[in-house]
Design a protein around this ligand. Structure first.
Ligand SMILES: [Cu+2]
Length: 125
């Protein structure tokens, strides 16, 4: 029985390693990306979009969440009108300038990247 559990654990490691080549489960790339905000983490912590692309942050937890640029350039509050997005609340932001933006949730993370935080890379970054 013990060996069987060990075998299952090894299969899990192999599957996780196989996913690593494409950047892992926590990264996403696209023109219009949807990111769910769970309790208390983002669905993706690395987001890549082209210049002119959009990111839709969606509340998907029991706690309220938001996404705020660590440098203060943008926030889900800009379009949603509140920092408290509850389950199902959506905020779509359009990014027309290339850049690399560290973002975080004001309730569960901080601008230094601890806790609920991620990075958005627009265009060449
Ligand atoms: Cu949060």
């Amino acid at each position: 029985m013990r060996n069987r559990y060990l075998a299952l654990a090894l299969v899990g490691v192999v599957l996780l390693t196989a996913c690593g080549g494409s950047g892992g489960d926590d990264s996403v790339e696209g023109q219009n990306v949807v990111v769910e905000m769970y309790d208390n983490r983002y669905q993706y912590t690395e987001i890549r979009i082209p210049v002119g692309g959009t990111v839709t942050f969606v509340g998907a937890g029991n706690n309220p969440h938001n996404a705020v640029d660590a440098d203060g350039g943008w926030s889900t509050e800009d379009v949603f009108g509140s920092l408290e997005q509850k389950k199902g609340d959506e905020a779509t932001l359009t990014y027309n300038t290339a850049g690399t933006f560290n973002f975080y949730c004001t309730f569960h993370g901080n601008p230094q990247g601890a806790g609920m935080a991620g990075v958005l890379i627009v265009g060449d970054g």
